[in-house]
Design a binder for this molecule. Structure first.
Ligand code: ATP
Length: 254
């Protein structure tokens, strides 16, 4: 069974069909790129998959189960997390606290425990475990030395990396990355590619990524899905997509 499957997925805004008849299937451990010209509907697709938008048609199945109608938070708990085009961190909190908050949905202590906080209670035990796990995750990304810095003081590329670490803290089965290389310099982009490879090799996760940086997309994705005007115009291996006339036309505006 596919990890993610969409069936006839679509959404209209007024008269505009931003996404139409969008059908994809992603297996466990795949690294897939979603590309297309500006305004093609890529972020709208992420918003449909993550429950930010409700579709006007079609279905989204995660592990064979429909997730339509679930809230974004419920979808995270089902194993689908994302990063955003514009970095969304708690900028005035430390790097460590940013990751700890992302582990939050795993906590089992109740409200009374978190208010009373008696020594030796479940609250403290879980807090300690979460701190250890957060530090482990930061260490994997070589960020443990930055754990106590404020997120806003990190260089841009490190903020992006922190965002990805936060998304992984929720232990997703599918990770959606929305333009992770946006605004990065070539050195940062190169490191990002290595990080994505690292995630693929060390986490049990599939990745769907939107990216305009063709070098990055062609360099790391096993498979590409190309959309234009909200519809799939091509799917295939990077080398097939590079030579596809429809794709070349869409990017050159023919
Ligand atoms: N909430 C909304 N209300 C109205 N129109 C919307 C809304 N969200 C997206 N759209 C429209 O849907 C279309 C697809 O936008 P979307 O942001 O998904 O494109 P994109 O492929 O992610 O573009 P880019 O590469 O520039 O980020 C655009 O025409 C956009 O204006």
């Amino acid at each position: 069974m596919a990890l993610l499957e969409t069936k006839n997925l679509g959404i209209s805004f007024g008269g505009l069909k931003a996404v139409d008849e969008f059908e994809i299937s992603i297996d466990n451990h795949e690294l897939v790129g979603l590309i297309g010209p500006n305004g093609a509907g890529k972020t709208t697709i992420f918003n449909l998959l993550t429950g930010v938008y409700q579709p006007t048609q079609g279905d989204v199945l995660l592990g064979g189960e429909s997730i339509i109608g679930l809230t974004p938070n419920q979808i995270v708990k089902k194993g689908l997390t994302r990063t955003f085009q514009n970095i969304r961190l708690f900028k005035t909190l430390t790097v460590l606290d940013n990751v700890k908050i992302a582990f939050h949905h795993k906590m089992t202590y109740g409200v009374s425990n978190s208010i009373l906080r008696f020594p030796g209670t479940k609250y403290w035990k879980e807090e300690k475990q979460i701190e250890e796990k957060a530090l482990e995750l930061l260490a994997l990304f070589n960020m443990e030395h930055q754990a106590y810095q404020l997120a806003q003081n990190l260089p841009y590329g490190e903020q992006r990396k922190l965002e990805i670490a936060r998304a992984l803290a929720a232990e997703p089965k599918l990770l959606l990355l929305d333009e992770p290389a946006a605004g990065m310099n070539p050195q940062e982009t190169h490191e990002l590619m290595e990080n994505i490879h690292f995630i693929r090799n060390n986490f049990d996760v599939s990745i769907l990524l939107i990216e305009h940086d063709m070098k990055l997309v062609m360099g790391i994705c096993e498979r590409l899905i190309v959309i234009d005007y909200g519809m799939i115009i091509a799917q295939g291996l990077p080398e097939e997509i590079r030579a596809n006339k429809k794709v070349i036309g869409a990017y050159l505006g023919n």
